[in-house]
Design a protein around this ligand. Sequence first.
Ligand code: CO
Length: 501
Amino acid sequence: MVNGKIKYKQYQLSKLRIINYELRIGLHLIISILQKTNQNLFFNITKLIYNKNNVSIYLQLFLNKKNNFMSQEKKFANDLIDFIYASPSQYQAVRNIKAALLKKGFKKLDRGAIWNLQKGEKYFTSKNSSAIIAFIVGTGKIEDKGFRIVSAHTDSPSLKIKPEPEIVAENSYLKINVETYGGAILSTWLDRPLSIAGRVSLMSKNPLSPIVKYINIKRPILIIPNLAIHLFRDVNDGKKFRKQVDMLPIMSIIKDKFEKDGYLKKLLAKELNVNAEDILDFDLNLYEFEKGLIMGENNEFISSGKIDDLSMVHAGIDALFNSISPEATNVMACFDNEEVGSGTKQGAASPFLKDVLKRITWECSIEKDAFMRAKINSFCISADMAHAVHPNIPEKHCPVARPKINGGPVIKFNANQKYTTDGISAAVFGMLCKKAGVEYQKYANHSDEAGGSTLGSISTSQIDIRTVDVGNPMLAMHSIRELCGVKDHFSMKKVFDEFYK
Ligand code: CO
């Protein structure tokens, strides 16, 4: 559909002289099958025209092949938006991934149990409920075929609730004490309805393993109001944020100070239907209550929180679902704590991935050097979002390598190896893009800007596998509301599909 009008062209298939009713029914049947599989054909067959006068058969085909392809991209983008909205913290993200994996026949592996892996079978294991590794054991010889790994991260910058967080201001406002997690653009967190998500630890019989419950309050219960411009005339000349002062959200109006005692615990207890006294601790962060959406005059953009890096998690998991009986062992690794340097037991600097790959190798081979050989024959795509050139502030970018939104996935380069890409791993990714029929772009920092870092080089210090750092181009990275391209998201998935083939 273009502006409400269907554009089509009639293709004369043949000038068969058809008068046979059964044959016409048969043709209708073929067409309905074609319509069902049109995802691969990229066009719609709308109608069979049987013209009595000319005794010819025509098929009406959509001319706007691109539009139909676009709808596939939009569907995938909407799927991402739903996934992000259902994943307001890394714990929910991992729970959602687990649920999707189970639905697709992946089996759960307990890291503390014996693993009995079968070639061609699908598994996953998680750590701290915030990092997860899913894999399909390759049908080939593991020493020769190795691992094909995509890695991404489940966490995003946010505000984390501090212990005993209730503060009363002016004898009436109940504020919640928070600290920043990662490098958030703080100004974007103001004047937005916020909610709370994470996990809560409860009393149990075994002091070494508390009961853990996951919580997503799903109501707008907090807000950090700006100071009126009349009281701060210089606000538009740049505001310095005092995190302990300026970033505390208000949650309620209370009548007396004693009401504040255990206010949050009581709220959590009510939500979880447990006793407030049983709540011992929590890992809770704030998130923007509003859901993301597709926007732009031609629906080109995805506007949402946590695009960095849940979009790469989403594309990677989907590609893993599409890989059927691969010869290499396909792995999707989702780490936590990238936004605070990865140096935790569930982060990319931990031995989590290496341990999982070692165990897979032990299960598949009795040769003592199998793991060492498998590593050599492996490749890793470290997928974290990339900076598109900002249309208002283009001078911040490299004068030449300037990725655009919907210009395709980006290979990230840094001479000082904050990105682990080199000329060879970049060539590998370039070839994958070409095979997948996807255009790609290259990124390097403006030489006078520090730039960011990501999973790749941290992960390779644990396990020395050839790696390329890539990501999709985006704007407003680490804002509460980030922006990326509908087309790019689907393109990256296609490249991952190719990689896992
Ligand atoms: Co990131």
